[in-house]
Design a protein. Structure first.
Length: 600
């Protein structure tokens, strides 16, 4: 700080000193009446506004007036980056660093877990460097009375070396508020920001729809299935923060699911003005993505990633499978297996290689599938097995135009013998659906056990006990035709074990991980309730927590007790229950009784 000396005594003392040491050169000119001396400190300056930001000395003085409380308003602070502790990329996307007025480590102010330009995530370590002149905006505090700093996650970099965007843009663009926050008329970002400021710092009790353009690319967290990103109305516009939003309908986003910069996103949930400075959705996974480019997050968003969210009744398209295979390293194979739906376009084997009268008697088939049955955008199925993993025994078991769902691993095969041609293919596969049929009577299993004519039909309620399916004990179960004509088909599907009936005191049909139960009703099925056998110690037999049924819509299992589960709201003549598990292990579903309720 500049200090002014008016004390004539100082002049006298200086004169005496120089007189006493005449051989010492005079280091200074004779003082003027108002001579100043620089002791290395810096004057506090600024008012904390964007037009007149505090310097570091100014904000250090300001936080001393706050005690240990946070500032109620945002302030702007200008300084030079003195040190960088961390630039956390990925989901957090914030940085911790210090600034000072002269770029040294003296009299520093800490910028703690602060966002990048435009209140966006840091995505690269080179987005900030020691020596940068920056302006940071946010709330400040003298933390615990001894650490002057920006409040954690309540500040962002307003400018870096005079630029307010990484591209060198100018002030943040704005737009006119539009929309009412309903599904038919969602808020735009400007309207959502205005609403957040009206709501304040407590989450809204009402939920709103907000539509905008993704300002940066974000990838779903593998553990929690949610993602955080900003949306804008226009490029470099004001931002609304979508904080840890879940996938469509509140479900987890598939691991690795990516929302790309520029995607049109609609989110739905409670909103508020977080800490008075960040308009955003409120709460972890409390809001969810309604759509990305008009599609659900489960549908791939025209952005197929190498992530396995396929199921028997929601398989990948061939286009998604091709994109996943082509994203692999050369000759790499996926660890997981995928359900893939397509139409047979051609067979690579000939009739003399497969069948009872063939010369070679191959037990597997090489063939191609595509989404539309044409020979464009084909996926090669290498040495695939027939239904439920059975051997092919006849060349005509599949034909061109057949619709199949196959289950197998994807590979990006490089054919070195043919100019290193890239061949996306499926290996270690089997057909799990052929023209809509899941195993059953078309299954060449050498030991199928059909049942029949069991159960009691009372009005719209069909009740069948395990023994009434008519299966032999300890033998793979298949199809049972019950009273009234309803068919129930048990299938191994993508599981590692066949479903089987076991008799005795705890008689049940045991349905293992990833087995399926296809039910063809004599009329529309409203709900299916299943009673299971009692637990054995801590082991329950009420199936996987991820089990679901598909009728007119997908319905997740409801576990009413350790021995009672239900699938409601089916509304379809054809329902498939999947004891889905991420691995071929998990809770068995031991069915002692099934109650099928038909619609009125």
């Amino acid at each position: 700080m500049k200090k002014t000396f008016r004390n004539l005594m100082a002049i006298a003392i200086a004169a005496m000193a120089f007189t006493a040491c005449e051989d010492v050169p005079e280091p200074y000119n004779v003082f003027d009446d108002e001579q100043t001396v620089d002791d290395g400190t810096i004057t506090a300056q600024g008012s904390g506004t964007v037009a007149d930001p505090y310097n570091v000395a100014g904000v250090l003085a300001y936080v001393q007036t706050l005690g240990t409380a946070e500032s109620t308003e945002q302030v702007y602070v200008k300084g030079i980056v003195a040190s960088i502790t961390e630039i956390a990329q990925g989901n957090y996307g914030n940085a911790t660093y210090t600034i000072s007025d002269d770029g040294t480590g003296n009299d520093v102010f800490t910028v703690y877990r602060s966002k990048n330009l435009g209140n966006t995530n840091f995505t690269s370590a080179d987005q900030l460097a020691v020596g940068d002149e920056v302006v940071v905006v946010g709330k400040v505090v003298n933390y615990n009375g001894r650490t002057p700093e920006f409040v954690q996650n309540a500040s962002y970099l307003y400018s870096r070396n005079g630029k307010t965007t990484d591209e060198g843009g100018s002030e943040t663009a704005s737009s006119d508020p539009k929309g009412t926050g309903t599904q038919a008329d969602p808020f735009n970002v400007a309207a959502a920001i205005a609403k957040c400021k009206e709501i304040g710092e407590s989450p809204s009790t009402e939920k709103y729809y907000v539509k905008g353009i993704a300002a940066e690319t974000a990838t779903a967290d593998a553990s929690f299935g949610n993602a955080s990103f900003n949306i804008v109305d226009v490029e470099n516009g004001e931002k609304f923060y979508c904080f840890q939003v879940a996938g469509t309908d509140g479900k987890k986003m598939p691991s690795g699911y990516t929302i790309k910069k520029g995607d049109v996103v609609v989110v739905y949930g409670p909103i508020y003005n977080y800490k008075g400075n960040t308009p955003e959705t409120a709460g972890k996974s409390a809001a969810y993505v309604v759509s990305v480019n008009g599609k659900s997050t489960e549908g791939g968003n025209d952005n197929p990633q190498p992530t396995n969210n396929s199921t028997l009744n929601n398989p990948y398209t061939v286009a998604q499978a091709l994109a996943t295979a082509n994203s692999l390293d050369d000759n790499a194979t996926t660890t997981d297996s995928y359900y893939i739906k397509g139409k047979v376009t051609r067979k690579a084997n000939t009739a003399d290689e497969i069948g009872p009268n063939s010369e070679k008697k191959y037990s597997d088939m090489n063939y191609y599938i595509s989404d539309d049955g044409s020979q464009t955008s084909e996926l090669y199925v290498y040495r695939g097995k027939f239904l439920d993993g059975a051997d092919f025994t006849d060349y005509e078991q599949i034909k061109e135009g057949d619709e199949v769902v196959i289950y197998g691993q994807l590979q990006k095969y490089i054919d070195a013998r043919n100019g290193n041609a890239v061949i996306p293919e499926v290996k270690n596969s089997k057909i799990v659906k052929l023209n809509g049929q899941v195993g059953g009577n078309d299954n060449p299993n050498p030991n199928p056990q059909p049942g029949g004519q069991g159960g009691t039909l009372n009005g719209n309620v069909l009740t069948v006990n395990a023994a009434e399916f008519g299966f032999s004990t300890d033998v793979a179960a298949s199809t049972a035709t019950l009273t009234g004509g309803t068919k129930v088909t048990f299938s191994k599907a993508s599981g590692s074990s066949d479903p089987k009936f076991y008799s005795g005191d705890y008689a049940s049909v045991r349905v293992y991980a990833n087995n399926t139960i296809a039910i063809e009703g004599s009329k529309k099925i409203a709900s299916i309730a299943i009673t299971t056998t009692d637990p054995s110690g801590s082991t329950k037999y009420n199936g996987s927590d991820l089990a679901y049924a598909e009728g007119s819509a997908r319905v997740d299992v409801v576990k009413e007790s350790d021995t009672s589960i239900k699938f409601d709201g089916l509304n379809s003549n054809n329902v498939t229950i999947v004891n889905y598990s991420e691995k071929n292990s998990g809770n068995q579903l031991r069915i002692s009784q099934m109650v099928i309720t038909f619609a009125e």
